[in-house]
Design a protein around this ligand. Structure first.
Ligand code: FE2
Length: 427
């Protein structure tokens, strides 16, 4: 081994693309070399022991302004979307900037420990005080050294339903919010929904911004705002900068219509963001039996060449009382709901919480190649599929070359005569 030194070398890693026995050399904030048996010596040498080392998890869809507010001012007794919306309305007047910042920072701590280093969060702009916008801009600044936050101006009460929503959305963008949001299926009529999409896409095109709308989060097969979103994206030349979040109505749409819709989305370069934990919980609530799953058509979207990411959406808030920032839990649920149990399909579920959302967010320097930022997560698993199966522990999380979280390997001790002293869930 020659004397060339770098800051860190991670030895004997397995990569998400299937390569094994790979070393990763880090100098400063960047990865400088990746390959087998690198002839470099690190000031710090880390033996990954054949474990999976992946780029960090990315959550393409979250609500940081509501997270960890579970029980405020009361618990969602029915667990339904409508009671959740009512509860959020009850909570909003009582929000304070300090408490909101504190909860969001706490969630970001959880995220880092889970190897989740980039989050796109929607922020409600229908409160004229824009208190949540100010709070999350402050959080974004505070966490910037260790987590990329991207904010979406979200007119939660409807762009046209809420009289001040458009003005507030424009104010939020002027304050530094990154992405234009929307919620066309929540407007009063289908026509208003389509009009809201046109207004918001025109504004985004004028400002040179990305778009990410809550779109067709409904079981109504005639909720077709994704068609308008894709067609406006194409017309305005916003290709690659627009995402439709949820798209649950697609689950219930007529197959012939979808056979025309998917090529339009592909042509427009519109990405889809499914939120499996939330969609499987909230959709199909008006059904008796059979009860629809409600998640969008993930395998068919992927087969059509459309980017699909899985988002967490909610953690311990008015809509969802579970979760802990674990994108492997999200991938696990997505895999099951979409019946993506083939080998390639399971790997695609890992990609849906790493590479694909990174592309949707437009993250700079993401990945495990020379020149990329040294942002990575060492997982207690041998492969992406095993990581999903075990919701594997994050042994180490690195951000810009610095270790920001570590977890020792742990296991249960058995007290069974004639059996081993412990268990290892890895094969
Ligand atoms: Fe959402």
């Amino acid at each position: 081994m020659n004397a060339v030194n770098v800051d860190v070398v991670i030895r004997n890693a397995s990569l998400p693309d299937g390569r094994r026995g790979i070393d990763i050399a880090v100098q400063g904030e960047r990865i400088v070399d990746v390959g087998p048996a690198l002839a470099l010596r690190g000031a710090r040498e880390i033996d990954a022991g054949g474990d999976l080392v992946a780029p960090p998890f990315v959550d393409a869809h979250f609500h940081m302004d509501a997270t960890l507010s579970y029980g405020l001012p009361r618990v969602n007794q029915s667990g339904t979307l409508l009671e959740g919306i009512a509860l959020w309305g009850e909570l909003k007047p009582h929000l304070t900037q300090e408490a909101l910042v504190e909860r969001a920072l706490r969630y970001c701590d959880w995220a880092v420990a889970r190897g989740l280093l980039a989050i796109r969060t929607h922020v409600d702009v229908c409160d004229d005080r824009l208190l949540a916008v100010e709070a999350l801009l402050e959080v974004k600044r505070k966490v910037a050294p260790y987590l990329d936050m991207q904010l979406v101006a979200f007119p939660q009460d409807g762009l046209l339903r809420s009289p001040t929503a458009l003005a507030n959305l424009k104010r939020a963008i002027a304050m530094g919010v990154d992405v234009v949001g929307g919620i066309p299926h929540f407007e009063r009529t289908m026509a208003d929904g389509a009009e809201s999409v046109r207004i918001l896409c025109a504004f985004a095109a004028d400002q040179g911004l990305r778009v990410d709308m809550h779109c067709d989060e409904s079981d109504d097969p005639l909720s077709r705002h994704i068609e308008t979103l894709a067609s406006e994206t194409h017309r305005l030349g916003l290709h690659g900068r627009v995402a439709g979040s949820h798209l649950t109505s697609m689950h219930s749409m007529d197959n012939y219509y979808v056979s025309k819709l998917l090529p339009l989305m592909r042509e427009a370069g519109v990405a889809a963001i499914a939120n499996p934990l939330i969609n499987i919980t909230l959709q199909g609530r008006h059904d008796t039996y059979p009860k629809r799953r409600g998640m969008t058509r993930v395998p068919e979207l992927l087969a059509a060449g459309i980017d699909v990411a899985f988002g967490h959406d909610c953690v311990m808030d008015p809509w969802y009382s579970l979760g802990s920032g674990d994108m492997l839990e999200v991938a696990h649920m997505g895999l099951h709901v979409a019946q993506m149990t083939g080998q390639d399909a399971m790997r695609a579920c890992f990609t849906a919480v790493t590479d694909t959302p990174a592309r949707i967010l437009g993250l700079d320097g993401y990945g495990l190649a020379p020149g990329c930022y040294a942002d990575l997560v060492w997982l207690d698993a041998a492969s992406p599929v095993e990581a999903i199966r075990l919701r594997a522990a994050r042994r180490m999380v690195m951000r810009r070359g610095q270790v920001v979280s570590e977890m020792p390997r742990t296991g249960a001790t058995l007290h069974l005569p004639g059996r081993p002293a412990g268990v290892d869930f890895r094969l």
